[in-house]
Design a protein around this ligand. Sequence first.
Ligand code: SF4
Length: 215
Amino acid sequence: MVTPMQTRYNKLGPRLAETLRKHHFEAWYFEETGDALDKLYALVPADHTVSWGGSLSIDNEGVQAALGKKGCTLIDRDKAATPEERVELQRKGLLADTFLGSVNAIAESGEIINIDGFGNRVAAYIYGPKQVVLLVGLNKAAKTLDDAMVRARTIAAPLNMQRFAGQYPDAPCAKTGSCGNCSAPDSICSYITIMRLCRPAGRIKVILVGKDLGL
Ligand code: SF4
């Protein structure tokens, strides 16, 4: 039986993809994650260097293995032996041919919101890599830009912080699970971006999936 959630996603997804195309993103909707991943693989040429931002929407190991098998050169900051090497790999990622990731929230009006601690992920989304491919579960969708900002700041960010709570135990959201609008030097909410339009047109490709993916 098709669930009410799936029925809603199947109605919302194609409409949201159409709205994103009006904002000059390339965009598609797939009901099934496997079909969405096939699209992702088709978008990345074998001769591309590929890097990615931290994302729980993408099965990183599976995607990396598939793209590596295809012949892509992977820039993986998690392979760094030292913090300094990790920063260098993140800097290299800014000039990858393809940068992969997801989003923290997406408005039905076509804007995409992201929050980043160091800024390397949102920097790559905005400028540098030849193309950016975003895999987005429709659990990230919100009605308006204001609603999307609320989702990103009060749901996605405190949820993401739980992954790092051991590293940043004093952050308000690490202690309480709720955003305290902190200004701590190690806040994961240093950079909050709104991608309103894609320029040049088509550089950012959004693959919407009718499933709950990531945080
Ligand atoms: S408490 Fe600070 S780090 Fe946590 S979600 Fe709010 S602004 Fe971000």
